[in-house]
Design a protein. Structure first.
Lengths: 237, 466
């Protein structure tokens, strides 16, 4: 394993996010600042409505802060235009969703290959990387099946493979075990942990799952849009 | 390629909705094509009818077309046989021409003096065999039977054909044993007085004078034709009615007489130099009109001939009217169908965007650009158009096959006799291409609004959509 860069994968600085509901401003994030280190299993935890998903959206470059800055690596994502930020996500961010969000008209193979096609990876290399990833998540025999022919656990495995196949800087996983039974959820957590180590990448979770939280290298606890606790390697910072 | 694959699979994701949309497009395409094929058939039929009657071109003495109808004799073409020979022997025109023949227009009074009736007439003199040859023109195979063979002979100058209306007015229905040709119930008041006030020309005597020149058959009635000669003197000839023929317009039916050109020339020019009002040029193919026209005009210029050239669209004003009428109906129907397809596809694509909002959010999060999302839905709309229009073309061919093998007939405008109903799909490639492309464009256009809506979605909102 190579030594991780000292530059955090994500740096939040005085980030504020306010939504407009009719004539009322609703603050979701109230000036949060923290760094997420590389090649770690980082968890953003907190009760419902605390701002976890909003924070994850900002980190994933699919939303922009009302004020403050979000750095991914050394890139201020607030300064990027729409197409640039789309390309940035395509290259550097992987997503795993609670409801799997696979493309229903594509097979397991095609869903995993899709991000590589967006990046214009040559066909031969796509084939190799997709095959490798399918084997890694244990779905070698299900490659032709469409999402509606897969179980919840298999769908999430495809989603994990899809997120990792392009070799992103980090993977964002929003409640990845919420729609799975505990046994399947545990196996998915184990898989993600293994893949994180094998791929030397960073996982950032939003979760309530105690089993998942037990694997955390870093835990950021959010309440009412504010960071209330940061635990690193079991130590409270 | 990926966009196309996803688009194709998404079309069949909601099978019932897609089939409804595709059916609308297919039926629309088939309706446009079937009606277009029908219009094409009508256009070909009307053209065939016109070319059979008047040829592709007629050559006149300059000014005749606009001013010569009142006195055809005065506008006769000098040395027409030389002009005829010039056209027939031209190396460029020879392979293009089917028939080159003279005609003589005339008007006057037709009289049946056995029953003391008379009627103004409009006549055409022609070479019967060449006229019959002209009627064989059938470039498009429309099977137009609007003109039958005249039944006249080149060497028999005494016979002619008339409209049914004319013989009815002249009281010859019984003699000709015609059905649906009633006798006049009584002589209208004042008609006798009118006869008494007619010019004091003894038509019976004039007729008797010329009758001996022409052979007569007891079985076929003879009428006398009075006309002013080119010099202005009255002249009379006798005409044996060989056949009567219903003309497409009542006015024409009440006035028409066709005869051997020699008889017409004898009536108009008497013993003077025989001229002709026009020379008909019928080509083998309509598409040669441009080159034939250029060559004819060049010939006239080279030989210093003061002649004018008119094509069949000028000689048959109803041709353009019929084409324009059916063209406007076709356009109207096409626009209506286009609007129906537009709204159907818009609705389908709108539903698709709503259903796939989460998917749009996912793909945007994965890094798909807005314009790619827009393109995805446009391609899906266009694909609906492609599939629907292609099925529509197949349906149109099936419909055409069914109709063309049925025994349906109809009577086109400007014709007297019914002809088989046909749909001209074979060879209508431009019609098919325009309809197919048009429906594709309409379908893609219909998807534009839903596609823009999809492209403009905020990623976060789309992901939150349930």
């Amino acid at each position: 394993m190579s030594a991780p860069s000292t530059v955090p994968v994500v740096r939040l600085s005085s980030v504020v996010k306010t939504y407009r509901a009719g004539a009322v401003d609703v603050p979701a994030i109230k000036g949060i600042s923290f760094d997420i280190p590389r090649q770690r299993f980082s968890m953003i935890v907190g009760p419902s409505g605390s701002g976890k998903t909003t924070l994850l959206n900002l980190i994933g470059c699919i939303d922009k802060p009302t004020s403050g800055t979000v750095f991914v690596g050394e890139q201020d994502i607030g300064a990027l235009r729409d197409n640039t930020i789309s390309d940035f996500r395509a290259q550097r961010v992987g997503f795993i969703f609670q409801n799997f969000s696979l493309i229903p008209v594509l097979s397991a193979w095609e869903n995993i290959e899709y991000p590589l096609m967006l990046l214009g990876v040559p066909a031969q290399e796509r084939r190799e990387r997709t095959t490798k990833m399918l084997e890694a998540v244990g779905l070698k025999d299900q490659w032709r099946q469409r999402p509606n022919e897969l179980s919840g656990g298999q769908k999430q495995r495809v989603a994990i493979a899809r997120a990792l196949v392009k070799g992103p800087d980090f993977v964002l996983a929003d409640e990845p075990t919420a729609n799975l039974d505990s046994q399947t959820g545990a196996s998915i957590v184990d898989l993600m942990r293994r893949m994180q180590e094998e791929c030397e990448t960073t996982f950032i979770f939003s979760t309530h799952d105690q089993h998942l939280m037990s694997h955390a290298d870093e835990t950021f606890t959010i309440r009412d849009g504010q960071l209330v606790e940061h635990t690193s390697g079991g130590r409270i910072c | 390629m990926l966009i196309l694959k996803i688009a194709f699979r998404n079309i069949f994701r909601n099978t019932r909705r897609s089939l409804t949309t595709l059916s609308t497009i297919a039926i629309g395409a088939a309706a446009v094509l079937v009606f277009g094929a029908y219009v094409t058939y009508i256009a070909y039929g009307v053209e065939t009818n016109a070319v059979q009657r008047t040829g592709h071109f007629q050559v006149f003495r300059n000014g005749y077309f606009n001013f010569g109808a009142a006195a055809p004799g005065a506008w006769g073409m000098d040395n027409y046989e030389n002009v005829l020979k010039l056209i027939k022997s031209d190396a460029d025109l020879k392979p293009l021409s089917a028939v080159v023949t003279p005609i003589q227009s005339l008007s006057g009074i037709a009289g049946n003096f056995e029953s003391n009736t008379s009627k103004t007439f409009f006549g055409v003199g022609f070479v019967p065999s060449e006229r019959d040859h002209m009627k064989q023109w059938n470039e498009y195979g429309t099977g137009s039977q609007g003109l039958r063979r005249s039944g006249l002979k080149d060497d028999d100058f005494s016979e002619g054909i008339t409209g049914i209306g004319l013989v009815r007015i002249l009281g010859l229905c019984d003699r000709l044993h015609l059905d649906d040709c009633p006798k006049a119930p009584h002589v209208p008041d004042g008609a006798e007085g009118a006869a008494e006030s007619a010019p004091s020309v003894d038509l019976g005597e004039l007729s008797e004078r010329d009758k001996s020149a022409w052979a007569q058959s007891d079985s076929e009635p003879t009428i006398d034709l009075l006309a002013a000669t080119a010099g202005g003197a009255p002249n009379v000839v006798s005409l044996q009615i060989k056949r009567v023929e219903l003309q497409p317009l009542k006015e024409l039916d009440d006035n028409y007489i066709g005869m051997n050109i020699a008889l017409a020339q004898n009536l108009i020019y008497g013993r003077g130099e025989h001229k002709t009002t026009g020379i008909v040029v019928q080509l083998n193919r309509t598409e040669d009109m441009k080159s034939a026209r250029a060559r004819l005009l060049s010939l006239f210029k080279e030989h210093n001939l003061d002649l004018e050239l008119r094509d069949f669209t000028e000689l048959n004003p109803q041709y353009n009217q019929i084409i324009a009428l059916f063209g406007s109906i076709f356009s109207f129907i096409s626009v209506i169908i286009g609007i129906v397809v537009l709204f159907t596809v818009t609705n389908t694509m709108g539903m698709s965007v709503i259903e796939r909002t989460g998917e749009i959010g996912t793909t945007r999060a994965m890094g798909v650009r807005r314009q790619v999302i827009r393109c995805q839905f446009l391609v899906e709309g266009a694909l609906l158009g492609v599939i629907g229009a292609t099925v529509g073309v197949g349906l149109a061919y099936l419909a055409a096959y069914g109709i063309n093998h049925s025994t349906l007939t109809w009577t086109p405008p400007g014709q007297a006799a019914p002809i088989p109903l046909r749909l001209y799909m074979a060879g209508a490639y431009s019609l098919i291409a325009v309809t197919w492309t048009g429906l594709l464009a309409v379908s893609a256009l219909a998807a534009l609004i839903p596609a823009n809506r999809a492209a403009k979605m905020a990623v976060v909102d789309a992901l939150r959509h349930v």
